[in-house]
Ligand binder design. Structure first.
Ligand code: F6P
Length: 417
């Protein structure tokens, strides 16, 4: 019986394991169609190295508990496969590994880079005559995949950021009279301001925090920004600022590049929060605090969005169904049918329409002054953070699962990457 391989890729999310859980549980419901579910250790790197995990050793309870466990249970990776011509040896090796373990279904759970990898693997498999159903499975907190209403993982990061913005703002408000006037929260989202926009949900009426959101889509104008901070402090006594890590200056450069790049050539970002805070202090002398949400926002499963969790599970189950239905080079995506109540359908979209594309925040989601969100953005975002899905707690802490991750015996000579 053919086997299925599942792999995780790119930055992980609070709910990527919920997708994994749904994939494995769905396959277990089809013992007559699929033999084993293998998981790759650290994404495509694990496939190249033939480091596969046999999920048969995990109990149904452990697989169910994966759905409330953050991180990437099998390890993720950032590894760029170049074109089929440039990286021929790697592609040949991938197919060799799939053949050696009779893998006919490959589910790659990632963002737009991973969609590109999945597409290329489906092409090389066809060229080399290995029957393979290659399905991309969406996830990314950045929410920047084309074709889908939302990316699994985004709703939870959005909820964490909106909740934190509301809570921290109450703290600053209490201190503002004689201490801190400005609070800066730096959030992720390299090229797109979806996460920054989500912070806007924290406020309901004029004057509510956040008072300023800095989006990657809006060129940073220092003078206008500093004037807006002063205005907020004078009118409300304090100012909450959300800064996307991807904010760029008029020269098109990121305000805060850490100076390193990952395998895809993406610049490592981080540090725009303290940089902005310091500019405020230099100009106005206000006392400030700043926070970089960083991995806290990506792993905050304790405050995950129930809507996001449900979607994350549904795309996992749908990916298995698509594979069994004989589909190839597609990704299950979310099509919004209505805002309130939030209704959607999960449908296949071609990987070619998703690979390497980036969906930015539309202009009509950004307020005219460039520092906030519009009613249209709120209508889009609100349903995505709806509902809670608390993990079980033991001794005051979330009870997360660690899988056995038992290795499959390699059948091929070693291959280093
Ligand atoms: O996957 C997207 C993302 O979470 C971005 O928002 C962030 O810039 C990046 O990953 C960080 O990547 P890494 O964990 O590899 O440093």
């Amino acid at each position: 019986m053919p086997n299925l391989l599942y792999a995780q890729s790119g930055g992980v999310t609070a709910t990527i394991n919920a997708t994994a859980s749904a994939v494995i549980a769905s396959v277990r419901r089809h013992p007559d169609r699929i033999g084993r579910v293998y998981a790759a250790r650290n994404g495509i790197i694990g496939v190249l190295r033939e480091r596969l995990i046999d999920t048969r050793h995990e109990s149904d309870e452990a697989i169910a508990a994966l759905a409330h466990t953050p991180g990437g249970a099998f390890g993720s990776c950032r590894f760029k496969l170049k074109s089929l011509e440039q990286d021929r040896a790697h592609y040949q090796r991938l197919i060799d590994v799939l053949r050696a373990h009779d893998i006919r279904y490959f589910l790659y759970n990632g963002g737009n880079d991973s969609a590109d990898t999945s597409l290329k693997i489906s092409q090389i498999a066809a060229q080399l005559g290995h029957e393979l159903h290659c399905i991309g499975v969406p996830k990314t907190i950045d929410n920047d995949l084309a074709e889908t209403d939302v990316c699994p993982g985004f709703g939870s990061v959005a909820k964490y950021v909106a909740v934190s913005t509301r809570e921290a703002s109450l703290d600053v408000l209490s201190m503002a009279e004689s201490s801190t006037r400005v609070f800066v929260l730096e959030v992720m989202g390299r090229h797109a301001g979806w996460i920054a926009a989500a912070a806007g949900l924290a406020g309901r009426k004029d004057g509510d925090p956040p008072h300023i959101i800095l989006f990657p889509e809006v060129v940073f104008d220092e003078a206008r920004f500093l004037a807006a901070v002063k205005d907020a402090v004078e009118r409300h006594g304090y100012c909450t600022i959300i800064a996307s890590e991807g904010v760029r200056g008029p020269d098109g450069k990121f305000l805060a590049e850490a100076g390193t790049r990952d395998a895809f050539g993406h610049v490592q970002l981080g540090g725009v929060g303290p940089l902005i805070a310091d500019k405020v202090r230099a100009a106005h002398g206000y006392k400030y605090h700043w926070a970089v949400a960083d991995y806290l926002q990506r792993s905050a499963r304790h405050i995950a969005s129930r809507t996001d969790l449900t979607i994350s599970r549904k795309v996992g189950a749908a990916a298995v169904e698509l594979a069994l239905a004989g589909q190839n080079a597609v990704m299950p995506v979310v099509r919004r049918l209505s805002d309130r109540p939030y209704r959607y359908a999960i449908e296949p979209a071609p990987l070619s329409a998703i690979a390497n594309r980036e969906r930015k925040l539309p202009a009509n989601y950004i307020r005219a002054d460039g520092f906030g969100i519009t009613a249209a953005a709120r209508r889009y975002l609100e349903p995505l953070i709806a509902g809670e899905a608390y993990p079980p707690y033991v001794d005051g802490l979330p009870d997360y699962v660690r899988l056995k991750n038992r290795a499959v015996k390699p059948r091929l000579p070693a291959y280093e990457v």
